[in-house]
Ligand binder design. Structure first.
Ligand code: GUN
Ligand code: ZN
Length: 454
């Protein structure tokens, strides 16, 4: 089957690729075997029937690098910062995953909703419960989504119902990894998931790092999200130079490591992250929701750090990566505006030498960086996410040889007059800033349709 539609992708941070009248062919292995201008692709395959999807557009499937599936029932519980929010709203919701039926119902709903909003790859935290983690894998296997999933590990500073014995946590995580890592030709993968340093003993982190290394699995955790959290980590790990250094000491950092948030990072921490090839996950809606801060995204990227994007549900209120892209642009613009205002104030301040002003500007990051635009956000949510998973040559674009993970999007739903514009930058901007929950018509993973709007 040859598909005809407008094709839109962002294979690089500043590169929007658009084919107004495009053709797309998927082979039996679920990869794109031909793509380009419709007339040319059709001429190469005159025998094939054509599925004409116009005026819908085709986009690469979106990659959500960080979300907590069990927190779906607790989304948008507002008013608190990270640590009290975890205690008050999140731990009770996670404790309910001891009930397998509840876990299955939540997993089904979550994965269907994620696909319906355009997420074809999801990197997910489960809870400490091995059975519930297995159930999430089962549901991901049957619905067809591409997923990296891990049983959350916590052996201290957690409520009794969520606090594990260290050995049990390591053993159950290893069993789940053996059962699921690489399943269905690599569509499902395992991530060892020490929640964050405060809820993990040194032994647990060391063990998780070793296991991930043995199995070639991912590691996911949280880093540098909230100022109270930073203070707590300093108290708990006086031997470490920094929060990032805690993870480095216990063998958790490498190219298969996903570090969520990374808002508050000293230069030495950024050096470790870059040198060890770890990946940061930008979660702008969560960062705003929990009043955690604004990640200096552009600065981190200019320094050469690998960054993708995540919704961080339930701190992020929506499963939509379209919305998350809009939030990333908004956060980046606000960061720049604040930098401009403050650096202007600093310039006219008296009593400071030029040298002191320079030092303040550096320490407070007041040098305005250019704001993230729609193309950049689209890149981070597609190919950038794929790169963070080590799949940059296979996922996140519409080129020949890439995995056929794609969306059919009715772009008219984000247009004020229901029109199908042909200006790619304008359409993209509207998809991000005015996303409509009904605009994804279907979602495909490796050429298999996993979601279709009736
Ligand atoms: N840090 C540790 N656990 C969590 C969590 O569940 N959500 C967020 N946003 N940060 C965390
Ligand atoms: Zn999180």
């Amino acid at each position: 089957m040859l598909i005809r539609a407008s094709l839109l992708s962002a294979p690089a941070l500043q590169e929007l690729h658009f084919e107004a009248d495009g053709g797309l062919l998927v082979d039996g292995q679920g990869a794109f075997s031909d793509t380009g201008r419709f007339e040319e692709v059709a001429a190469r395959h005159p025998e094939l029937p054509v599925e004409d999807l116009r005026p819908c557009w085709i986009l690469p499937g979106l990659v959500d690098l960080h979300a907590h599936l069990p927190q779906y029932e607790a989304v948008a519980a507002d008013g608190l910062e990270l640590l009290p929010w975890l205690e008050r709203h999140i731990f009770p919701a996670e404790a309910r995953f001891a009930d397998e039926a509840h876990a299955r119902a939540t997993a089904r709903r979550y994965l269907q909703d994620a696909l319906s909003l355009g997420t074809t790859t999801a990197v997910l935290y489960a809870t400490i419960h091995a059975e519930a983690t297995d159930v999430i894998f089962q549901e991901a296997e049957s619905c067809g989504i591409r997923a990296v999933i891990g049983k959350t590990m916590m052996d201290r500073h957690a409520p009794a119902a969520l606090c594990e014995d260290t050995r049990t946590s390591l053993r159950q995580s290893e069993e789940l990894c053996r059962a699921w890592h690489g399943r269905d030709g690599g569509r499902l993968q395992y991530a060892f998931t020490p929640r964050f340093a405060p809820s993990c003993s040194r032994e647990l982190m060391l063990g998780a790092g070793r296991l991930a290394q043995n199995y070639g699995a991912f590691i996911q955790t949280h880093l540098g999200e909230n100022l109270q959290e930073l203070e707590w980590v300093r108290e708990l790990f006086p031997e470490a130079d920094s929060y990032t250094d805690v993870y480095r000491r216990f063998g958790l950092l490498g190219p298969r490591t996903l570090l969520a948030h990374g808002i508050h990072l000293a230069p030495s921490e950024r050096n470790i992250i870059r040198e060890l090839g770890c990946n940061l996950v930008h979660c702008p809606s969560s960062n705003a929701f929990l009043q955690s801060g604004i990640m200096p995204l552009r600065r981190w990227m200019e320094e050469g750090l690998s960054v993708g994007m995540g919704t961080d549900v339930g701190a992020g209120p929506s499963l939509s990566m379209f919305r998350e892209m809009g939030e990333a642009c908004t956060a980046s613009k606000l960061k720049r505006a604040v930098q401009q205002v403050q650096s202007t104030h600093l310039k006219v301040m008296t009593g400071l030498s030029e040298d002191q002003k320079f030092q303040v500007s550096e320490a407070l990051d007041l040098n305005p960086a250019p704001a993230l635009d729609g193309t950049g956000a689209f890149y981070l949510a597609t190919r950038g996410g794929a790169m963070a998973l080590g799949l940059g040559d296979q996922l996140g674009a519409l080129g020949k040889g890439f995995q056929a993970d794609f969306l059919v999007v009715d772009v008219r739903l984000s247009d004020p007059f229901g029109q199908a514009s042909t200006d790619p930058a304008q359409v993209l901007s509207r998809l991000l800033y005015r996303s409509d929950p009904r605009m994804v018509q279907s979602a495909y993973v490796r050429g298999r349709r996993c979601f279709h709007r009736a």
